[in-house]
Design a protein. Structure first.
Length: 184
């Protein structure tokens, strides 16, 4: 069943849509959630929460790309669950996004730019990257793939992936600095 048919089932409030999503995307959703949440039970719970959120969002939402929409929903549910668990344990954030903190600046800078503007800035940054660089960046910082996984998926050595990610973080930092200076 293609994504348009699944969205039509969602719009008709047919619960078979969720079964179709699970059949088509279960492996991908589990992988995204497992990359963020170390406990398999928590990962499964986050996927279930994401499917409930999806059920509640469509309609009225009508995503152009159901796969991307579902991936983002699972990712967000998994990050929320991890943050909740870490806050309860008073633990240090272990997300790969923490690697980007020095590129993104401090909280004050993030507040100044605003979440929407920061998202647009990162989107502009990604558009300027090669396909390989963009894939590597998204695998690490959106899908939370490990460096060894990225190296394996992209047919590279781990050291090459590490240095490429290091250079991408530096480029992002410079891109954001230019964007901030341009706005002033």
């Amino acid at each position: 069943m293609d994504d348009r048919e699944i969205i039509a089932l969602m719009n008709a409030r047919d619960e078979n849509a969720l079964s179709e999503i699970r059949a088509k995307y279960a492996g991908l959703l589990k992988r995204i959630s497992s990359n963020i949440l170390p406990d398999p039970g928590d990962a499964e719970e986050a996927v279930a929460d994401a499917l409930l959120n999806l059920w509640n969002a469509i309609p009225p939402a009508a995503p152009d790309n159901l796969r991307a929409y579902i991936c983002r929903t699972v990712r967000n549910a998994s990050v929320r669950k991890l943050r909740h668990d870490l806050a309860a344990k008073r633990s240090v954030d272990s997300l790969p996004l923490s690697e980007l903190e020095d590129a993104l600046g401090d909280d004050k800078a993030a507040d100044e730019i605003g979440r929407v503007e920061l998202g647009m800035t990162i989107d502009g940054f990604l558009k300027g990257l090669s396909r390989e660089q963009r894939a590597m960046f998204l695998k690490r910082y959106f899908f939370f793939d490990s460096v060894p996984e990225i190296a394996r998926d992209m047919g590279m050595k781990e050291e090459k992936v590490k240095s490429a990610l290091f250079r991408l973080k530096k480029k992002l930092r410079e891109y954001i600095a230019r964007s901030e200076n341009y706005d002033k």
